[in-house]
Design a protein around this ligand. Structure first.
Ligand code: GLP
Length: 240
């Protein structure tokens, strides 16, 4: 794993956007794996800004998001579909039909997991962007998830519900279940870009770098991947 250390959140967002822009320029039909949450939001702003200024085209880009809450439709502002549309897709020239996110409001979540897993297997992901939860979760793969897991339904850990409550009016509104790419799904992508910012992630970064590879800490699986780049700010690496 290669670590690029940057000063702060702004710089992490800028360096991450530049990293992605280079990949998109090199391969205009790239298959990008994308993440939601607080961490990548400023990176998306930078991509939009670049699109306005320099006209980088996403016409041939395909995207696959990591996860989606169960029980919310794409029109619900709390859904990850809504997040992606508003933070990125509505502001660049991407073909929405090529933007894939698990459907959170289907009647058969298991069938949706199978469909999504198959779609990824058929298409492949060139570069997967990841954030990390304070407990080491990637996507919504909570501690204890099998490293061989495929796209599946998860019950969110109380700490994850707590951490994500900031995006909702009340904690009761946070969905308790989600669909997430599995750990083996994530590991199949050719390259991984992990973004980490802030002091709240410092213990997670320390565990990732200095700890064992263990299903109790999902992100540790990344040590088994041949091509991982971490962009982390000073606060995030301050616990190492
Ligand atoms: C969320 C998401 C993850 C995200 C992580 C960190 O629960 N499901 O995909 O990477 O937790 O979120 P944040 O960037 O807001 O700290």
């Amino acid at each position: 794993m290669k670590i690029i250390e940057v000063n702060d959140y702004q710089q992490m967002s800028q360096v991450a956007a530049e990293y992605i822009l280079k990949k998109v320029t090199d391969n205009p039909a790239i298959h990008l794996g994308l993440a939601t949450g607080g961490t990548p939001s400023e990176m998306y702003k930078n991509l939009i800004e670049d699109h306005k200024q320099n006209g980088t085209s996403y016409e041939h880009v395909t995207t696959f998001n990591l996860d989606e809450y169960i029980g919310v439709s794409g029109e619900n502002p709390n859904s990850y579909r809504y997040y992606m549309d508003n933070h990125l897709f509505n502001h660049i020239n991407i073909d929405k039909r090529k933007t894939h996110i698990p459907l959170g409001n289907t009647t058969d979540s298991q069938a949706e997991c199978n469909r999504y897993e198959q779609l990824i297997n058929e298409n492949g992901i060139d570069l997967q962007v990841l954030g990390i939860g304070q407990n080491g979760h990637i996507g919504f793969n909570e501690p204890g998830t099998s490293f061989s897991s495929k796209t599946h339904v998860v019950t969110l850990a109380p700490s994850t519900i707590q951490a994500n409550a900031r995006f909702f009016k009340t904690i009761e509104e946070v969905p308790t279940k989600a669909i997430t790419m599995g750990i083996s799904t994530i590991m199949k992508s050719k390259e991984i870009l992990l973004l980490v910012s802030g002091e709240s992630k410092k213990d997670a970064v320390n565990k990732l770098i200095n700890g064992e590879i263990d299903e109790k800490f999902p992100a540790s699986v990344l040590k088994n991947h041949p091509y991982v780049t971490i962009i982390a700010d000073k606060a995030a690496v301050s616990g190492m």
